[in-house]
Design a protein around this ligand. Structure first.
Ligand code: AMP
Length: 222
């Protein structure tokens, strides 16, 4: 199925933005999923110029400076695919200035606000690990891969690669507190901004993995 919609998936770190965005993409398969965090992590891994610049901020749980993020997002959103098929932005905007830059580049039709209690959120973040090969997201408390090889080693359900439990470098208790603090400070003006545009939809994200295809279609289309 195809739609052409420009969507923001917004919520605190650990609210399941990436998982939810992937679910939308599974239903509307041409839509592009753009995760600024994933793009940065990929660049850090490959030691690119962008990755080297972003790394120090990411490890402290701070935001990468706007000049760097905005240049990157302009480039990604100028692609033919993004223009033709629509996109889901996950991790951008992170402050009001980024929202305004976004309005300069394109139109946003839907702002999905993921809401989740803080205790569940902390468990999600501190237990999270990803497959280094395909970026599939798992959780040591909530969603382990099906096939266990030995203690703390599994076969990725999605791509079959071997994965070990290893936290993201920015998923520690200290950086988590910092990331939540930054989120709380920036979220209200962003949510107000899109509420004024009349495009905010609130989603109970306590259990995002449980959304059916029908529910996803209803959220996106109604
Ligand atoms: P995420 O995976 O979305 O939690 O992003 C991981 C890290 O990448 C964040 O803690 C920031 O350091 C950086 N980052 C991702 N998106 C942005 C953004 N829109 N603005 C600034 N920094 C970002």
């Amino acid at each position: 199925m195809n739609i052409r919609k420009n969507i923001i998936v917004f919520g605190p770190p650990g609210s399941g933005k990436g998982t939810f965005a992937s679910q939308i993409r599974n239903v509307f398969n041409k839509i592009i999923h753009i995760s600024t965090g994933d793009i940065f992590r990929e660049n850090v891994k490959k030691k690119t110029k962008l990755g080297l610049k972003a790394k120090e901020y990411m490890e402290k749980g701070e935001l990468v400076p706007d000049v760097i993020v905005n240049a990157m997002i302009r480039k990604v959103l100028s692609s033919k695919d993004a223009k033709q098929n629509g996109f889901i932005l996950d991790g951008y905007p992170r402050n009001l200035d980024q929202s305004k830059i976004l309005d300069d580049i394109t139109d946003i039709n839907l702002f999905l606000l993921l809401e989740i209690p803080r205790d569940i959120l902390k468990k999600r973040i501190l237990g999270r690990f990803i497959c280094n090969n395909c970026n599939e997201i798992y959780n040591i408390y909530l969603k382990k891969p099906i096939k266990e090889k030995k203690e703390n080693e599994w076969i990725c359900d999605n791509c079959g690669a071997l994965i070990k439990f290893k936290q993201r470098r920015d998923d520690t208790v200290k950086t988590l507190e910092n990331r939540l603090f930054i989120y709380d400070r920036n979220a209200i003006p962003i949510i107000d901004y899109y509420t004024e545009k009349g495009i905010v939809k609130r989603i109970d994200a306590t259990n995002t993995l449980a959304f059916s295809e029908e529910e996803i279609k209803k959220i996106i289309n109604s």
